[in-house]
Write a protein that binds this ligand. Structure first.
Ligand SMILES: [Zn+2]
Length: 229
């Protein structure tokens, strides 16, 4: 089994770019245990809708711990991980500049919008993923966001030794990355695209995913093999 980190192709430059954000954001908070004020990056559920009166309170910023917990309880419970700073709902935004020419469009290194035509070419490897249409003004090209969930774990040797432990109360992981090494037993079956629970800004894909992209000659995706231990 092989695993790869998905990144943009540094040799390409897009003529246009997408400016936008997911509809709802669980605010950051100060943890009563580790005393850190923080919000996670890379935890995004575009397919999840926030219902009810509290939806208006889901915006970036910092709230007190009690408010954070109340808002967290308003989110559907079957998601694998919810932390301060978690994003929900489709991306709303606008396209600026030239036409969409690349298949993989990176809003951030951990947020990906793919040309809809790639949905057909990647149908087999995206079978188990939620696909969400963003609302992008000014783009003639239709795009999809792939919900990339935290479904695996990086090996402890991926991090600087003694750089701390995940806080049991708020879930913050203070560890500093040296090199990602995927924990063998944590690799999910039947899913081809996921993130490490303990380092959310990395996107990991399977060998089948790489082969599907290369077979279809999709642009602006590069794959760096990562070790498995
Ligand atoms: Zn904490």
């Amino acid at each position: 089994m092989k695993a790869f980190r998905l990144v943009s192709d540094g040799r390409l430059s897009a003529k246009g770019y997408i400016k936008g954000e997911h509809v709802w954001c669980l605010p950051g908070a100060t943890c009563p245990k580790c005393k850190t004020t923080w919000g996670a990056a890379g935890l995004e559920y575009p397919a999840t809708t926030i219902h009810g009166k509290s939806a208006n309170a889901f915006k970036s910023g910092v709230v007190d711990w009690k408010t954070y917990q109340r808002l967290k309880e308003a989110v559907e419970t079957n998601l694998p991980l919810i932390l301060p700073g978690t994003h929900f709902g489709p991306i709303i935004g606008s396209f600026q500049g030239g036409p969409v020419e690349l298949d993989f469009n990176w809003l951030r290194p951990w947020t990906l919008l793919v040309r809809s035509k790639a949905r057909i070419e990647l149908a087999t490897v995206l079978r188990e993923q939620h696909l969400v249409e963003p609302q992008i003004k000014g783009s003639r090209e239709s795009l999809i966001e792939i919900q990339i969930e935290p479904r695996c774990q990086l090996h402890p040797q991926s991090f600087v030794a003694d750089s701390g432990k995940t806080c049991e109360t708020c879930g913050r992981n203070p560890q500093r990355l040296v090199q990602p090494i995927l924990e063998q037993d944590s690799i999910p079956k039947g899913i081809h695209m996921f993130r490490p629970r303990n380092f959310l800004t990395i996107i990991i894909v399977s060998q089948e995913f790489v082969e599907a992209c290369n077979g279809a000659r999709l642009t602006n995706a590069e794959f760096e093999e990562i070790p498995i231990a």
